[in-house]
Design a protein around this ligand. Structure first.
Ligand code: SF4
Length: 294
């Protein structure tokens, strides 16, 4: 058994975490822009494999140094409740300094759990869930084949909060293309305001060969944004955010403009930086055009 199967993805804030791949792939695996798990068919590792993973991990590094664990791949919350609870129990027994466990969760997996089940997972040590909202704009959500409605996504985010689990939300800059850039920004702000996440990250759309979106671009069905248009879109989004203590970041490798702060406290400062870029054509703030594909 390989400790890791295929490429492993994790959020930037899990850089120092032990990554345990208790599931393989993504339950949905059909978002038109995403190629993270296209080569994998979703499956859960069986309990024996999971025990082996934990034994290997504990033998490779001193269990005392592990404070954070991230459960890969793209939707580990899809595991059955009993298995997740048993897993969390073993992890906290094996790693005595463990403080938190985190997962990516698909909206449908969240909706499939009751509030009580999510509460129980929180009590067992699941302390942070990363949710890819991508957009709050319904036509765009449908276009990218996210597999849920905006209303379902909103309810999924609210469930995380009701359980006391920290919510980290990702929005994708440029996902509405030129046609819906403004609408995507404004509608996403409406949804994020209602979700009230503890963490909010804006990534930038990348164009991955072999994805349905890539083919749509080749056929002229989707017009992508240039760097300055992405900055303008980010401003439209930020202007409408109304949050009380959300840590905001645009530090993903895909982003042109790296910003950060706490919202709303730092909102004016962040928008002032954006205005400098837009009004004075101040390109020194921008990373070089990166490898987005188009
Ligand atoms: S749910 Fe996430 S991991 Fe799965 S296909 Fe969509 S973007 Fe990719």
């Amino acid at each position: 058994m390989d400790f890791y199967e295929g490429n492993i993805f994790r959020p930037p804030s899990e850089a120092n975490s032990l990554i345990l791949q208790v599931t393989i792939g993504c339950t949905h695996n059909k978002c038109s822009f995403c190629n993270m798990y296209r080569d994998k068919k979703y499956r859960e590792r069986d309990w024996k494999e999971i025990e082996t993973l934990i034994t290997i991990a504990a033998s490779q590094q001193h269990p005392e140094v592990v404070e954070k664990i991230f459960l890969a791949d793209g939707d580990a919350l899809a595991m059955s409740q009993n298995k997740l609870l048993a897993l969390l129990k073993v992890l906290f027994e094996t790693f005595p300094k463990l403080k938190r466990v985190g997962v990516y969760a698909g909206p449908k997996s969240l909706l499939n759990k009751s509030d009580q089940q999510l509460h129980n997972l929180f009590d067992a040590g699941l302390k942070i869930i990363y949710l890819g909202l991508e957009t709050g704009h319904s036509p765009t959500m449908k276009f990218i084949n996210k597999g849920c409605t905006v209303e379902e996504m909103l309810e999924a985010g609210k469930k995380v909060k009701r359980a006391g689990i920290k919510l980290s939300v990702m929005v994708i800059g440029g996902i509405g293309g030129k046609s819906f850039s403004f609408e995507h920004a404004k509608a996403s702000a409406v949804v994020v305001n209602q979700m009230k996440p503890e963490y909010l990250a804006v990534l930038t759309l990348r164009f991955n060969p072999g994805t349905p979106l890539y083919m749509q671009i080749e056929k002229g069905l989707f017009k992508s944004l240039k760097s300055m248009e992405l900055v303008q879109e980010l401003k439209w989004f930020l202007e409408d955010l109304d949050l009380s203590n959300t840590i905001f970041r645009t530090n993903h490798a895909s982003n042109y403009l790296v910003l950060g702060g706490t919202l709303n406290k730092d909102k004016e400062k962040i928008i002032a930086t954006i205005n400098k870029v837009l009004n004075e054509n101040e390109t020194s703030f921008l990373r070089a055009e990166n490898s987005r594909g188009f």
